[in-house]
Design a protein around this ligand. Structure first.
Ligand SMILES: [Fe+2]
Length: 306
């Protein structure tokens, strides 16, 4: 049987068994991690402003899906060039525009609780984005060659940076839905033991999560840097992991000697809404799937996230 585009998780998305066993690619006092920028240049600006104002010894990692709505060529080039000036891993979006796999669609590996219309819209958005990427002057090999995961070290603690979960680029095991089950929590416990990682930072599921585990271990999922994350709110979210606490975290967990924080990205929402609608007018695939969220936030609360 053929896999359904957008529903399946390509085999190439699975990590090798020795993932997270190499030396850390980054050692810093503060690590900013932003997943799910989704081609929003206003959120990118807010992130860079916050990051540059942080005076500690720091690094910034984009953990995938920095492209998505940026089908206008100048937007695609701006996002691509800026993000690749920092550390980055690829999400399913970058993978499926730079090294597409037959039948993967958007590569989202959507679970059953996501409706058919959303999956179909996403598969058509990726086709349009792929056309932009191919006609741009950007070298797409740079996207294809990005790693699928990265190990960093903050305050002597191992930080596993992923797009999906501890086993796959588009895995959903770090979603609120899975981590709310006993089986999901047991899987995460095994992932911590197997990898020796203290904090996993992910993004792919597009809704934020902070969950504590035995031994002061933490899974933090920033949801989306470039879209609203909570009902009635319009800011994006990034993850900040540091030896020192910031004054602007929305919620946080203490993890040994380090602080794991969800940080709001308050971008120019009106400018973004206008830009989004100019590219994705009413009736378009992205408008139908995302405009309501961009304007009013998803049906999700801070209480559910943390
Ligand atoms: Fe993703």
């Amino acid at each position: 049987m053929q896999p359904t585009p957008g529903r399946s998780c390509p085999l190439s998305y699975r990590y090798a068994s020795d993932a997270f066993s190499s030396a850390p690619a980054i050692v810093a006092d503060t690590l900013w991690i932003a997943g799910g920028l989704y081609g929003n240049p206003h959120a990118l600006q807010a992130l860079l402003d916050a990051y540059l104002a942080d005076t500690s010894n720091k690094a910034l990692v984009f953990n995938g899906d920095f492209h998505w709505f940026d089908v206008a060529r100048e937007d695609f080039a701006l996002i691509d060039e800026t993000v690749l000036g920092f550390h980055a891993i690829r999400g399913n979006v970058e993978t499926e525009i730079a090294a597409p796999e037959d039948g993967a669609g958007c590569g989202c590996a959507y679970p059953d609780w996501v409706g058919e219309a959303t999956v179909a819209h996403s598969d058509r958005i990726i086709e349009r984005l792929r056309a932009t990427a191919r006609s741009s002057e950007r070298d797409l090999r740079a996207l294809a060659e990005l790693p699928m995961h990265m190990l960093a070290e903050v305050g002597g603690e191992r930080i596993g940076i992923v797009h999906g979960d501890a086993g796959s680029l588009a895995g959903w095991n770090f979603s609120q839905e899975v981590l709310s089950t006993a089986a999901g929590r047991a899987q995460a416990e095994r992932d911590f033991l197997r990898t020796g990682v203290r904090v996993f930072a992910s993004s792919h599921t597009c809704l934020p999560v902070l969950r504590r585990f035995d031994g002061e271990r933490v899974v933090i999922n920033n949801g989306s840097a470039g879209m609203p994350n909570f009902r009635g709110e319009r800011f994006g979210l990034a993850t900040r992991i540091s030896v020192s606490a910031s004054s602007y975290a929305l919620y946080h967990a203490r993890c040994g000697s380090i602080f794991v924080e969800a940080v709001p990205l308050r971008y120019d929402v009106m400018a973004w809404e206008q830009r989004f609608v100019a590219t994705w007018p009413p009736g378009s695939d992205a408008y139908r799937s995302y405009f309501e969220r961009i304007r009013s936030g998803p049906a999700y609360s801070l209480y559910e996230a943390a």
